[in-house]
Design a protein around this ligand. Structure first.
Ligand SMILES: [Zn+2]
Ligand SMILES: [Zn+2]
Length: 236
């Protein structure tokens, strides 16, 4: 089946995202925009996914647990998981090796944690934007070990992106799927190219979304599609 997805959305946990990006607001907006599935991918943190999943169950939108990891090379790497538990384990692994700098909300923005009902219940003290001490291979390995997949984010964008940082597409790790930024997804790279909003504000969430071919509308089904990568069908 082909489903409509936006697999890169920041919640109010990310300092650079608008405070109105609460999980329930995001999922409600996704429903209004006709999306079947979204992924919450905050910078180096997973604390608002639980609320998004509850909202997803209420609104009938599939929520894929995700995270946007900043690697040692300063590259943004999206990771997607079939379960909340796996995503939280990734979040813990990232936290352990992240440079600990205190957030200055007046400079970087708020890092708001909400409870399952969307009520603010705390803030993360360390700056979530800092890089962690894992390279691109470490991040990919860790994600796979937890049953998920690493997808490099906005590979053609300037800062914090794979192609400008490394200057080439590395042989390792294996990357069946990549995310492209504001470019019509195509198969020139021999990989599945997905397009997402990288929304930091509600209005930026994709209208109708990117169409993804998958066997089942579930977090596992979407992770499987990303693991499979380019298919004959998506080349056409
Ligand atoms: Zn990014
Ligand atoms: Zn992002």
């Amino acid at each position: 089946m082909r489903i409509r997805v936006d697999l890169h959305i920041h919640s109010c946990l990310s300092p650079c995202a608008d405070d109105s990006m609460t999980p329930w607001n995001i999922v409600g907006m996704a429903k209004l925009k006709g999306l079947d599935a979204v992924a919450i991918c905050d910078h180096n943190g997973t604390l608002n996914i639980k609320a998004a999943i509850k909202a997803g169950n209420e609104y009938g939108v599939c929520v894929v647990p995700g995270i946007e990891v900043t690697s040692r090379e300063d590259i943004h790497l999206l990771c997607y998981f079939p379960t909340l538990e796996a995503a939280e384990k990734m979040g813990e692994a990232v936290e352990k090796c992240q440079l600990k700098i205190k957030n200055k909300p007046s400079v970087f923005g708020n890092q708001i944690i909400v409870d399952e009902d969307d009520e603010p219940c705390g803030e993360v003290e360390r700056l979530l934007l800092s890089a962690c001490d894992m390279d691109i291979n470490d991040v990919a390995d860790k994600a796979r070990t937890l049953g998920g997949i690493m997808v490099p984010a906005h590979i053609n964008k300037g800062a914090n992106s794979l192609l400008p940082t490394l200057g080439l597409m590395p042989q390792t790790p294996e990357m069946p799927t990549v995310e492209v930024f504001k470019m019509r997804p195509h198969s020139a790279l021999g990989k599945l190219c997905i397009m997402s909003s990288d929304a930091h504000m509600l209005e930026d969430i994709l209208e109708q979304g990117f169409e993804l071919e998958c066997d089942e509308l579930s977090a596992q089904g979407i992770v499987n599609a990303l693991l499979r990568g380019e298919t004959e069908r998506s080349i056409l």
